[in-house]
Design a binder for this molecule. Structure first.
Ligand code: FAD
Length: 148
């Protein structure tokens, strides 16, 4: 079994879109480094207001990582949406995938009934999982289109 933890938090970093992107890249680079060491995979949904993250792996490793993340000053008020044991990882090949919300992704958000600002306090963990999988697929398809 794999332990899965989903939380959301408030982004406390102000700045332009470019600064947001730099912030995301820094967080993802550090996450990928640490998570590959700790056997953790997952996905980070990110906009100017919120982070929503799925962490999956060994229970102790996920718990330790979440405790470290929760004290990071780049966000606040981290709230766990759900923890559960699942059979398989959702993102087995991704030590941490993630995407900043951009206008081109709007169609994916709309398919999930999110036309305006996302409000993670009103989302269920299953809705987060479905959104993350579709955002990830969208990004993968975009990469394939650019590569061909
Ligand atoms: P170092 O990188 O050496 O950092 C030492 C301390 O400085 C830490 O307390 C760190 O929080 C703080 N720090 C580092 N850079 C900055 C900065 N630019 N601004 C402010 N404080 C800073 N880490 C993971 O390992 N896995 C994850 O999946 C993961 N997801 C994250 C998701 C979000 C939304 C955020 C905000 C952070 C995430 N992090 C993740 C980063 C995590 O919070 C810690 O910063 C990181 O794990 C610390 O790594 P380290 O022990 O190598 O310490």
């Amino acid at each position: 079994m794999v332990y899965q933890l989903i939380y959301y938090s408030r982004n406390t970093v102000d700045g332009s879109d470019r600064e947001m992107l730099t912030n995301l890249r820094e967080i993802l680079a550090k996450s990928q480094h640490n998570n590959s060491r700790d056997g953790i995979t997952g996905y980070l949904i990110f906009d100017k207001t919120w982070f929503i993250q799925i962490l999956e792996g060994d229970r102790d490793a996920v718990t330790t990582t979440y405790q470290r993340i929760a004290t990071d000053p780049r966000h606040s008020s981290a709230s766990i949406l759900n923890t559960r044991d699942v059979k398989d990882r959702l993102f087995p090949n991704w030590t941490m995938a993630g995407a900043l919300r951009t206008p081109e992704m709007q169609e994916v958000y709309l398919e999930h009934g999110i036309g305006g600002a996302i409000d993670p306090t009103r989302l269920t963990s299953d809705q987060v999982v479905r959104l993350a999988l579709d955002l990830h697929q969208f990004e993968q398809n975009k990469r394939l289109r650019h590569a061909s």
